[in-house]
Design a protein around this ligand. Structure first.
Ligand code: GDP
Length: 522
């Protein structure tokens, strides 16, 4: 890792002479707009590198005091033409984002102003930054580790509260700190082992071998625990998958449309979806959820429909949670939910508006309630064995109507369901009128919050997972090794894998891949 931090700082008001500063490292000076393209009140142009001071002086006449904003007239040094009236900030190295001399021009946000200043900077010999180059320089100057650099893209891309919290925690160094702690402990174990190897006849504590093995075992268990996190961190970044499944015409698409309209915080269609699966990203109680509408489940000889069904089933398998939608007038269809048993399949009885003759509210009760549900084929009540949907709301003609002993209210059942009892409750809704939707979404939101609310730092990227899996394999091999020399080699490999995550080992080959994901100006 290079240490390109330049000790020399420019005094406020003073300007460096012409030509490149011989005392500075060879790194060139970059600039890029830090704000989004297009007309705006303000456009921030950021500069970093040894020539930043000269550029500020050339355009404004002098350097403002460090880290305090000054209003300046920007003038083209070649033509003496005024370019803009702007705020100028100056962050001398090393106390800057990149660790180099950094300046910011807060310009009026028009294309013409930006383009004029960019042209002037280009003539001064500065060059437009590559995507991610500012953060890359910050990493190379030890301003942040790789997990923090990655957190910057996540924070900029965060669309929900949960994503913002996770990214900020990672930027604060929670994840990097955890990995560094493991590296530190591994380094100690390795040092003790090497001491034992190098000085076999010395008077080392007799239990040292046991202690080293104990330390490695503890570490391996912690890494395994971190890896077995149900990919929650990665899912929080990418969106928690909720699949809407069920028989055709049950109202799956209507439900998706209804939710997308109501929870329209994020409604961008996600690219890369197959034609038969429609995805909508929504913000549910602060959590990013990707709702997927799938092909209706039924037997078919049509090869195209069969392919749709295959994809629907695969998506249902992959999803964290399934909303199994069926027509409330055909409660026997609920049996289909039994294909994915467990609390993560939520039966939803749709079209309750068509059950007008059935009272929706229990006598004396204030709220409607979800019906109890048993997907057991033995329950009888329809084709294919039939499940039962009991309770006053989801009962269609011909469905079982056995009275329930004062069941809890919808809201109470919703809360219970959020605690993991979905298999026992059906959520009656009408995608047409919106009835029952709030209760369903609240329960879904609580369930997601329960699973995903986490104070401990979570693994957020496949890159981290791969490196940790490599480290786990090396540690397992180290534990099984017969010879201390082989054990030490495996510990070194594990250490290297951990170092890849934070960037403490040589990661030059990784940098292009990581910083490629950044946008310009980061
Ligand atoms: P999908 O095949 O499961 O996606 O079902 P659709 O969403 O295409 O709906 C099938 C039909 O049922 C459409 O004509 C909808 O308008 C209608 N529909 C969907 N939900 C409701 C509802 O809650 N009440 C009523 N009355 N009709 C509904």
């Amino acid at each position: 890792m290079s240490s390109a931090v330049r000790p020399k700082t420019w005094m406020p008001g003073s300007c460096p002479g012409k030509g490149p500063d011989k005392a500075s490292p060879t790194s060139d000076t970059i600039f890029a707009p830090a704000t989004a393209a297009g007309p705006a009140a303000i456009a921030v142009l950021r500069l970093s590198g040894p020539d930043a001071a000269r550029a500020v002086c050339s355009l404004t006449g002098n350097l403002p005091p460090a880290r305090s904003a000054r209003r300046r007239r920007l003038v083209d040094p070649e033509t003496s033409e005024p370019l803009d009236d702007a705020l100028v900030l100056w962050f001398p190295a090393p106390a800057s984002f990149t660790g180099e001399d950094v300046a910011e021009f807060h310009l009026h946000g028009s294309r013409a102003v930006l383009s004029a200043v960019i042209t002037a900077l280009g003539r001064l010999g500065l060059r437009l930054a590559e995507p991610g180059e500012f953060t890359r320089r910050a990493f190379l100057n030890n301003k942040l580790d790789l997990t923090q650099a990655e957190a910057i893209t996540d924070l900029a891309a965060a669309e929900t509260e949960a994503q913002r919290r996770q990214a900020l925690r990672q930027l604060d160094g929670a994840l990097g700190g955890l990995y560094r702690d493991w590296s530190g402990r591994l380094t100690r174990a390795l040092a003790h082992l090497e001491a034992a190897i190098d000085f076999p006849d010395e008077d080392l504590p007799p239990a040292i071998e046991d202690r080293i093995l104990g330390d490695i075992r503890t570490l391996a268990a912690e890494i395994a625990g971190h890896l077995a996190d149900g990919r929650r961190g990665e899912r929080l970044r990418d969106g928690i998958m909720v699949a809407i499944v069920g028989p055709p015409n049950a109202g799956k698409s209507s439900l998706l449309n209804r939710i997308a309209r109501r929870e329209a915080a994020i409604t961008s269609p996600i690219p890369g979806t197959t034609r038969d699966i429609v995805e909508v990203a929504i913000d549910l109680a602060g959590y990013p959820v990707v709702l997927a509408d799938t092909a209706g489940l039924r037997d078919s000889n049509n090869p195209v429909e069969q392919e749709g069904l295959r994809r629907a089933r695969r998506r249902a398998e992959e999803a964290e949670i399934r909303l199994f939608v069926f027509d409330a007038r055909h409660p026997a269809d609920a049996i289909g939910a039994a294909a994915w048993p467990g609390p993560d399949t939520i039966p939803v009885a749709n079209k309750i508006d068509l059950l007008q003759k059935i009272p929706l509210r229990p006598t004396g009760g204030k709220e409607p309630r979800p019906a109890s549900f048993s997907p057991s084929p033995a329950s009888g009540g329809g084709k294919g064995g039939g499940g039962t949907v009991r309770g006053e709301s989801a009962i269609g003609p011909g469905a079982p109507t056995s009275p329930q002993p004062s069941p809890p209210s919808w809201a109470e059942r919703g809360k219970e369901s959020a605690a993991g009892e979905f298999a026992g409750a059906v959520f009656p809704i009408s995608a047409l009128t919106g009835d029952g939707l709030d209760i369903l979404l609240n329960a879904l939101g609580s369930r997601i919050a329960e699973t995903y609310h986490n104070e401990a730092p979570l693994l957020t990227r496949a890159r981290h997972r791969q490196a940790l899996e490599d480290a786990a394999v090396s540690l397992a091999r180290a534990l099984a090794a017969d010879l201390p020399e082989l054990r030490a080699e495996d510990l070194r490999l594990a250490l290297r894998s951990l170092g890849h995550i934070t960037g403490t080992v040589d990661v030059e080959d990784l940098l292009d891949i990581i910083f490629r994901d950044f946008c310009l100006g980061k």
